[in-house]
Design a protein around this ligand. Structure first.
Ligand code: TYM
Length: 333
């Protein structure tokens, strides 16, 4: 129906470095896909980024670059709400309130906290522990129905659902209980050097991931050196983590299913397959790279877009926060 209220979508990405094809195939591609049919809120999660030590000038620069990349992926700042998390203080405010409806035990079970604590043993700050509650605030503030994410964020989304349900039960229905949205393939793109680990923008080994701004030459080299197995047969199966990962990447870039890929590469070696994967990735991200190079040169346009995003996000965020403050019993004047 024409006038039916559109479902709401929210997702965020940290501006910690240039996104990888993992971020793109696992999340950003779906952001674009959903942007046509839903009311979408997409944010640069800079509040989350400081749970790990950041260089201030670099964080500022990367936030702008990430913003340009989101537009380059095809998000329309007029139709969608594309904004910076720290520009909307309601995220921090709601996060504090939700802390009081989150149990220490359930937050302690988050595997990402455990992994990051090991990785950043010299800086296990309270923000790192509280990261998923801030994520819940991001989502619940906009009454999101769907949250497009990669598989690594599934547990955080479950926590957000639990917090929403608990709050709704203690008071009266206040928050929409969000559903995760995963793509058919690409929800977990793995490292090219260790295909049992997810591809991550913070991996210190540059050969482990393909960044969205890598040159065709770099992409070809990285995929050529991807870890595989000694069987030299292209099929999806157990013990073939490296090939499974390359098949997922190829499938997400070309739209071909695994059966078709196996058929196309029957009798061919890994050299041919890797060359085809590299070509597919290059083709897939080239239009984004071209658009990015135009956008990044226009700082004023990017700033204007973020201001518009802030205005639109604030309007929705304030509405929810006012409601929440009233329910918990704050004296509002
Ligand atoms: P970030 O910046 O680490 O990741 C952004 C998105 O990319 C997905 N992703 C992947 N998908 C497939 N394969 C991979 N190797 C891969 N690596 C990353 C992530 O799942 C994510 O969807 N905590 C969030 C940011 C956030 C957020 C939110 C997300 C903050 N608030 C509210 C949703 C809703 C994160 O992981 O960002």
């Amino acid at each position: 129906m024409e006038n039916e209220k559109k479902k709401i979508v929210l997702s965020c990405i940290q501006p910690t470095s240039v996104p990888t094809i993992g971020n793109y195939l696992g999340a950003l591609k779906n952001w674009k896909y959903m942007s046509e049919d839903y009311d979408c809120y997409y944010a640069i999660a800079d509040l989350h980024a400081i749970t790990v030590r950041q260089e201030p000038a670099k964080l500022r620069k990367q936030s702008m670059e990430m913003y340009a990349l989101l537009l380059a992926v095809g998000l329309d700042p007029e139709k969608n709400v594309v904004f910076v998390q720290s520009h909307v203080p309601e995220h921090s405010q709601l996060s504090w309130i939700l802390n009081c409806y989150t149990q220490f035990g359930e937050a302690s079970r988050m595997t990402q906290f455990k992994e990051k604590s090991l990785k950043h043993a010299d800086n296990i700050n309270v923000g790192l522990f509280d990261y998923p509650v801030l994520m819940a605030a991001d989502i619940l503030l906009y009454q999101a129905d769907f949250v497009p994410i990669g598989a690594d964020q599934k547990q955080h989304l479950e926590l957000a659902r639990n917090i929403a349900e608990r709050f709704n039960q203690v008071y009266t229905p206040t928050f929409v209980v969000p559903e995760p949205f995963f793509g058919k393939v690409g929800a977990r793109v793995m490292s090219l050097q260790d295909p049992t680990k997810k591809m991550s923008k913070s991996d210190p080994n540059p050969k482990a991931s393909v960044s969205m701004l890598d040159t065709p030459d770099m992409i070809a080299k990285k995929i050529k050196s991807a870890v595989t197995d000694s069987e030299a047969k292209v099929y999806y199966g157990e013990g073939k983590d490296g090939i499974n990962n390359l098949m997922s990447i190829y499938s997400a870039c070309t739209g071909l299913d695994f059966a078709q890929i196996e058929k196309d590469f029957d009798g061919k070696g890994y050299g041919d397959f890797k060359a085809a994967v590299a070509e597919a990735v290059i083709e897939c991200i080239k239009p984004i790279q071209d658009e990015y190079s135009h956008l990044i040169a226009d700082k004023k346009y990017l700033e204007d877009c973020t201001r518009l995003g802030k205005e639109k996000a604030s309007y929705a965020a304030q509405k929810t926060l006012r409601k929440v403050m009233k329910k918990v019993g704050f004296w509002q004047v």
